[in-house]
Design a binder for this molecule. Structure first.
Ligand code: LMR
Length: 328
C-alpha cells in the first residue's frame, strides 16, 4: 500500500489528468512510464482520463500516473492483478513472461509503416492476440501505437558494421537481443527509467527507440546522433485484469470501452505526427539526425532479417504471414 506521504506527493505533482475521486466513484488508476506530454501514449492517457472524468463523473474517475511515478513496466502487471492499478500499457516487448506470440511485433523490418501496423492489429490475427494472456487473468483492451524505432549511439551509425562492439540498451525482449547480436553488438536489458543515466554514464553506448521517446527522455543529448533506421515497431497493449473488468456493471463497462476505443483510435492516428514533431524538436535542440540511403538501409535489413527464423516457432508461421501480408 501507499503511505499518506507518498500519496500526497502525487497529489501535489498532479497534472490535469489527475482527478480527485469521490468516495462512491470507481477509481481507475492508469500507470505508465513515459512523459505525459509530447508522447503518443502519454497524451492518449491524459485524453482518456479527461473524457472518463467528464462523461462518467459520479460513476468512475481516472487518475494517470506517468513517468514510472508509481510502477515500472516490470512491476505493473503484478499491480494489476493485486488491484493496485486498473490500467497499464507496457510495450508489446514486455510480455515475454506471459506469451511469446507478441514477438511478432518485435521482428525487425516486419512492418514497413504504421498503416501496416493498423492493418495487422485490426485484422483477425491481431485481434486474436489481444487474448494471448487470458490464462494469467489479463485482458488486452486494444493496441496503442507509438511508432517505428531509430538507433542512436555514441558514434555515428551508418552501416551495421558501425555497431560492432557497442553495447545497446534494449527492452526485455529476446528478439531485440538477437537483433543487436546480429549487428555484432551486445544487448543489455534495462528499465526505461534507467536509460538516460545508463547512456550518460557510459554503462551502454547506444539505444533504440522512437523519436518521441528519444526527445522526451532527452536521450539525444547524451548520444553522438540518431540514425533513421525505422527498423522495428514500438506499440503497446492496453491491459487490465479480467477480474476488474468483470466487476464493472455492463453499462459502465460498455461506456468505458466506447471511450477507450474512440480515444485510442484518435491517438493512434496522430502517432506519426507526434513522432515527426519530436524528430524536428531533436534537430532544433541540437541533436544530430542521420538519414540512410536506400542501399544503406538494405544493409541493415540484410543483417537483421535472419533473426525472424529464430522466433518463427514461438510466434507461429500463420501470425508472421499475416504481419507480412499487412504491408501493401
Ligand atoms: C521502452 O522501454 O523503451 C519503452 O517501452 C517505453 C515506452 O513505454 O514507450
Amino acid at each position: 500500500g501507499l503511505t499518506a506521504a507518498v500519496l500526497s506527493s502525487f497529489l501535489f505533482s498532479a497534472s490535469h489528468a489527475f482527478a480527485a475521486c469521490d468516495e462512491d466513484e470507481i477509481v481507475i488508476k492508469f500507470s505508465h512510464v513515459v512523459a505525459a506530454e509530447g508522447h503518443p501514449k502519454g497524451e492518449m492517457a491524459s485524453a482518456l482520463a479527461d473524457r472518463v472524468n467528464a462523461e462518467m463523473n459520479g460513476t468512475a474517475c481516472m487518475q494517470v500516473f506517468p513517468s514510472s511515478q508509481l510502477f515500472d513496466d516490470n512491476q505493473v502487471m503484478e499491480a494489476l492483478l493485486l488491484g493496485d492499478v486498473q490500467l497499464a500499457a507496457p510495450s508489446l516487448s514486455k510480455f515475454e513472461a506471459y506469451t511469446l506470440k507478441y514477438r511478432v511485433f518485435d521482428l525487425p523490418f516486419v512492418f514497413s509503416n504504421m498503416d501496416a501496423v493498423t492493418a495487422f492489429t485490426e485484422g483477425k490475427k491481431g485481434q486474436e492476440l489481444l487474448g494471448a494472456m487470458s490464462d494469467y487473468g489479463f485482458v488486452g483492451l486494444g493496441y496503442l501505437f507509438n511508432g517505428l524505432k531509430q538507433f542512436s549511439a555514441n558514434r555515428p551509425l551508418i552501416v551495421p558494421d558501425d555497431a560492432k562492439g557497442l553495447r545497446f540498451r534494449v527492452q526485455p525482449s529476446d528478439v531485440a537481443v538477437a537483433m543487436v547480436e546480429a549487428m555484432g553488438g551486445t544487448a543489455q536489458k534495462l528499465a526505461f527509467k534507467d536509460v538516460f543515466e545508463a547512456l550518460q554514464m557510459g554503462v551502454v553506448d547506444g539505444q533504440e527507440n522512437t523519436w518521441s521517446n528519444i526527445y522526451t527522455q532527452r536521450f539525444f543529448e547524451v548520444q553522438d546522433g540518431t540514425t533513421e533506421t525505422n527498423h522495428q515497431l514500438l506499440a503497446y497493449l492496453a491491459v487490465t485484469s479480467r477480474e476488474w473488468l468483470n466487476s464493472l456493471d455492463e453499462d459502465v463497462r460498455n461506456q468505458f470501452m466506447t471511450i477507450f476505443t474512440e480515444v485510442s483510435e484518435d491517438y493512434n492516428a496522430r502517432s506519426n505526427a507526434i513522432n515527426e514533431d519530436s524528430k524536428q524538436s531533436i534537430i532544433e535542440n541540437g541533436g544530430v539526425v542521420r538519414a540512410l540511403t536506400l542501399d544503406q538501409r538494405d544493409d541493415w535489413i540484410t543483417i537483421m532479417k535472419p533473426v525472424w527464423d529464430m522466433f518463427r516457432d514461438d510466434i507461429g508461421a500463420d501470425v508472421i504471414d499475416a504481419a507480412i501480408a499487412s504491408n501493401k
